[in-house]
Design a protein around this ligand. Structure first.
Ligand code: PLP
Length: 411
């Protein structure tokens, strides 16, 4: 056997990952079509994907990038974030939501979560804003993260943004296809920019890939420039040169190579056709877990009645009355081939952030969540058998432990 096929022969039917992509024959064909076309990058498919995704979200403009981290970076720059500024985000997120501030030379602060939604708490945010105003350290940008796919209380955060004068970037890496107050996440009704990720564990994938949507054409133009070296070929941008010189592009800003390829965009366009189906499947699996785990002494995630989560993740939590510890649950499930995960270690506890001076105890509710939660497998392609196996395992572990404890107590 030659080529890369040898890497894919390992049979992994016994392990269930916490998340994985669903790739159809149509997805494969659309990528192959691009491979046979004239452009592998900077062709017509990226703009088509941008337009389709912006239209799905009911937003004005879409800017596709090499990944969501790149999108967060240029979103911050487009909003003018720089040295001396503050960006605030949730500690319960992937590190990229905070790192984007540091890339810009700005500083990061963390706002504690609402223990029911695991999202940035608007109450904690307001408390912190009042203090920051007194200290002259108000944030320039706040990044709410729609944790697990459940939208944040954007109306409340938006009200605070007008009172305290900050910009909002929604990190919707988990939340494409989710709805807030009946409207799609990404319409930017309550924010300046919304960012999506298409990493394979997310709702739809482009392998690596991200996209920023906005309703402000100036922000879209700025992000467009920044994702491609700060280079423009628009005549309107050209700065005066003698008529005999040939200039078909100019670098007018300092940007990056954060472009998405045509291959990725083709996969994204094809995946977008399936987005609603994927989200419905995820919601159905979540409902099954809700019901099947109702009698087990662990906490299943609460859903806000005004939101429809896209269920990127389904975290269960051990509580003070649970008979199994988070660690034992994690280790036992992993050993049984169910690849549960922890989302997330509070960002400021990461060694890099600790080295910046953050201390344990900074956001107590985020730390409680970190010490109790475990994300169990959830993805659109999960079979009924796999779902049953996950549930049966959790039931038996909790039951077994319950028996052990009763026996232990009476011994
Ligand atoms: C996945 C993720 C990112 C980063 O996405 P990439 O596309 O991998 O760069 C950022 N924020 C959150 C909340 C994520 O889950």
């Amino acid at each position: 056997m030659t080529g890369i096929r040898q890497f894919f022969m390992k049979n992994s039917y016994e392990t269930i990952p916490y998340g994985r992509q669903s790739i159809s024959e149509a997805d494969i064909q659309s990528v192959v079509d691009v491979l046979r076309s004239d452009f592998l990058t900077q062709g017509p498919v990226v703009p088509a994907f941008e337009e389709a995704l912006a239209s799905y979200c009911q937003a004005g403009h879409g800017v596709a990038t090499s990944n969501a981290t790149a999108a967060l970076h240029i979103a911050c720059l487009a909003l003018g974030l720089g040295p001396g500024d503050w960006l605030w985000t949730s500690p319960i997120t992937f590190v990229a939501s905070a790192n984007c501030a540091l890339y810009c030379g700005a500083q990061v602060e963390f706002v504690d979560i609402d223990p029911h939604t695991f999202n940035m708490s608007p109450v904690a945010l307001e408390r912190k804003l009042i203090l920051a105003k007194l200290q002259g350290k108000l944030p320039k940008v706040v990044v709410p993260v729609h944790m697990c796919g459940q939208p944040c209380d954007m109306a409340a955060i938006n009200t605070l943004s007008r009172k305290y004068g900050f910009k909002i970037i929604e990190d919707a890496s988990h939340a494409i296809g989710a709805r807030y107050q009946g409207e799609p996440v990404g319409n930017c009704r309550y924010s300046d920019i919304t960012v999506f990720s298409f990493h394979p564990v997310k709702i739809i994938t482009t392998a690596e890939g991200g996209l920023a949507v906005t309703n402000h054409s100036a922000l879209a133009q700025k992000m467009n420039l920044l994702r491609s070296h700060g280079i423009s070929s628009a005549t309107a941008d050209m700065q005066g040169r003698p008529a005999e010189e040939i200039w078909n592009y100019q670098q007018i800003d300092l940007g990056f190579n954060y472009r998405m390829t045509e291959l990725q965009a083709a996969l994204g366009l094809s995946q977008l056709q399936q987005l609603d189906t994927f989200v419905l499947k995820r919601q159905a699996i979540a409902r099954y877990y809700d019901q099947a785990l109702a009698d087990v002494n662990i906490q299943t995630p609460w859903q806000h009645p005004q939101t429809q989560s896209s269920f990127h993740l389904y975290p269960i939590q051990v509580t003070s009355t649970s008979v199994i510890s988070q660690q034992v649950l994690y280790q036992s499930m992993t050993k049984a081939g169910v690849k549960v995960n922890l989302h997330y270690i509070p960002v400021y506890l990461q060694p890099y952030y600790a080295s910046l001076g953050f201390q344990p105890g900074h956001c107590p509710l985020a730390e409680d969540y970190f010490k109790s939660s475990i994300s169990i497998p959830l993805y659109a392609g999960m079979t009924k058998e796999q779902q049953h196996r996950v549930v049966a395992l959790i039931q038996s572990l909790c039951h077994e432990k319950a028996v052990n404890r009763v026996v232990g107590a009476s011994a």
